[in-house]
Design a binder for this molecule. Sequence first.
Ligand code: MN3
Length: 211
Amino acid sequence: MPLSLQPLPYAPETLEPFIDAQTMTIHHGKHHAAYVTNANKALEGTAFAEWTVEQLVTKLGEIPDDKRNAVRNNAGGHLNHTMFWQSMGAHGASEGGPKGPLADAINKAFGSFQAFQEKFAAAGVGRFGSGWAWLVVQNGSLAICSTANQDNPLMGKSIAGCEGTPILGLDVWEHAYYLKYQNRRADYIAAWWNVVNWNQVSTWFAQASHG
Ligand code: MN3
């Protein structure tokens, strides 16, 4: 089965005014779609065309040399964006932040939710060029890191420079914010907190912690 682009889990205007509908439509329908198309193109006619996107990303080393970079960028892009859409939702849907075991783990790792937000935002602002900021489960606790391009922490430290099971990822490519925020990446990140779906992040945290 080739990889496929799933519809956005909500209408493109759902995240307004924090993330505008036009950005969502182009980001999903053009950018994300292109990662899916290009990953399938690279794998067409090979046994790897049967792999899931998670398998492709976690076992990059098994992909032949002449296809590895295309898979790294495009399967990575597919997995990252699939997670990104799910990690967001209408403002207020999560009633103001993480709760329960996730809130406890954030406080334990970073001191407070505010300190976590500052450190995460700094990872996003500090990523030079295009990439992602991540909250990952690493050896049973939470950590923040960032990756370049479409690398994912599941690719491992030697490839992505960051490792662990991601439970929240923030796209800091200009295509994620330029129409509304132009060069103001920090403003985009500040606004993005309003639409994080903490219920979903909690679910991923529970899965990563028990997995
Ligand atoms: Mn993107």
